[in-house]
Design a protein around this ligand. Structure first.
Ligand SMILES: Cc1cc2nc3c(=O)[nH]c(=O)nc-3n(C[C@H](O)[C@H](O)[C@H](O)COP(=O)(O)OP(=O)(O)OC[C@H]3O[C@@H](n4cnc5c(N)ncnc54)[C@H](O)[C@@H]3O)c2cc1C
Length: 403
């Protein structure tokens, strides 16, 4: 049952219990809102292998009091690097330097663990599974969400609706009917987890290492419980059929440097995931629609090339909570839009550009790519890093409940 008594901060309904929706619910609770989360899945969980949490999102989680839990569950990485298929190092960034400059660590964590941290922070009773939102509306004095639940179609009123239903957002399509929707990035991603015993034998440093090939890339890093996460990007036609077997990847990456073939060979078939990558190529005109705020992939799905989709969703969550704590809705949502849209849309553009550069398949173009990345001055590499990580969450006082 969804409660009907009015809390001091107001009542929010969050649609979608992914990392973005749960982070928003935790942040809104912190500033005194009553929050109900509607999730269409019958059971809560995060599919997928791991997610990297960069300094910007680590600082946002710190603002929610969750950095210790993240540190306990994750592998704190000592850096980022890129290599050629033969293993020659092209670029590298030291995480100690990032921490000193930007005030946050670099982590790699199982998605289910991060999801669990957010769920625990939210407590019981806030998430309502088996409810598929079908539309959101905003009026002069309130907002509402229509949904299909266990008892059939229903609707719920709220002072604020947070749309966090992912890249294929049904609610965004209803609110912005002329928006063209997601685009295919031109590549598919395989992901897997290597069991701890095999990972220990292979030996993978606590670093996010990415290897650039021709029309393909491979990345790996430990996740904090002894297992190692890897991903492989491959150019592919939209909707192409793929042989879903680790053995096929083992032969495709057989001549890449150690530990790539060993990691693939040690991955059980049942740990193999594949997703075609979709993102919002066209910037959305607003993240606010009256009393409805869009957040995470629903607002600005970025390609995974800069590892920031979940990080930006967590940033959105703390900024949204700070804004609704400082001003009334809907004015607060206009401030949220102004704070979030320029940054997220600029990074979405940057991520797409980096992805196109890294997924080149022509021998000459990839040679130029690798040589120019290796010769680029450190200041250039650090500029991209600064654009992403040099972000600070609202002050802790902005994330405390108002009396
Ligand atoms: C291969 C890959 C690797 C990535 N790696 C990283 C990384 O290392 N670091 C990083 O920061 N990001 C990464 N990302 C991006 C990150 O996964 C996403 O940006 C992030 O998970 C988005 O979270 P979200 O909550 O906005 O959306 P989602 O995770 O998509 O959650 C949406 C939720 O809404 C629910 N839902 C959908 N429709 C409805 C409805 N109508 N009613 C109710 N509920 C609904 C869904 O069931 C789901 O639970 C990666 C993405 C990919 C594909």
């Amino acid at each position: 049952m969804v409660s009907t008594s009015a809390p001091p901060g107001g009542r929010a309904v969050v649609v979608g219990a992914g990392i973005g929706g749960l982070a928003a619910a935790v942040a809104l609770r912190r500033v005194g809102w009553q929050v109900d989360v509607f999730e269409r899945a019958a059971a809560l969980g995060e599919v997928g292998a791991a997610v990297s949490i960069a300094p910007n999102a680590a600082k946002a989680l710190r603002g929610l009091g969750l950095e210790p839990a993240l540190r306990a569950a994750a592998c704190e990485l000592d850096g980022l690097e890129s290599r050629t298929r033969t293993g020659k190092r092209i670029t590298g960034v030291d995480a100690g330097l990032l921490r000193r400059r930007y005030g946050g660590g670099l982590y790699n964590v199982h998605r289910a663990a991060l999801h669990g941290i957010l769920r625990d922070a939210l407590g019981d009773g806030a998430v309502h599974t088996g409810r598929t939102a079908t539309g959101a509306a905003s009026g002069a004095s309130g907002a509402s969400v229509a949904f299909e639940g266990p008892q059939g179609p229903a609707s719920v009123d709220a002072d604020l609706v947070v749309v966090a239903d992912g890249v294929h957002s049904r609610l965004r399509a209803g609110l912005f009917p002329s928006y063209p929707g997601p685009s295919y990035a031109g590549y598919t991603i395989w992901r897997g987890l290597v069991p701890a015993e095999a990972a220990d034998r292979i030996g993978v440093p606590a670093r996010l290492s990415e290897t650039w090939g021709r029309g393909a890339r491979f990345g790996c890093a430990p996740i904090g419980d002894g297992r190692v996460y890897w991903y492989a990007f491959e150019n592919a036609e939209a909707g192409a059929a793929h042989e879903h077997r680790v053995a096929a990847l083992v032969s495709r990456f057989a001549r890449w440097h150690h530990p790539i073939p060993a990691l693939l060979a040690a991955t059980p078939n049942e740990a193999l995931l594949r997703n075609d990558v979709h993102y919002l190529a066209e910037p959305l005109e607003s993240f606010a629609h009256g009393r409805v705020a869009l957040l995470g992939d629903a607002a600005h799905a970025v390609t995974p090339d800069i590892g920031q989709g979940a990080c930006l969703a967590i940033e959105d969550a703390v900024v949204l909570a700070a804004e609704v704590s400082a001003a009334a809705v809907p004015a607060a949502l206009r401030s949220y839009d102004a704070a979030r849209r320029p940054r997220t849309q600029a990074l979405a553009g940057e991520s797409g550009r980096i992805g196109r550069m890294l997924m080149r398949s022509n021998r000459i173009a990839t040679g130029i790519r690798d040589a120019s990345a290796a010769m680029a001055p450190a200041s250039l590499a650090m500029k991209t890093v600064a654009d992403i990580y040099d972000w600070n969450p609202p002050k802790p006082s902005a994330l405390a409940a108002r009396p």
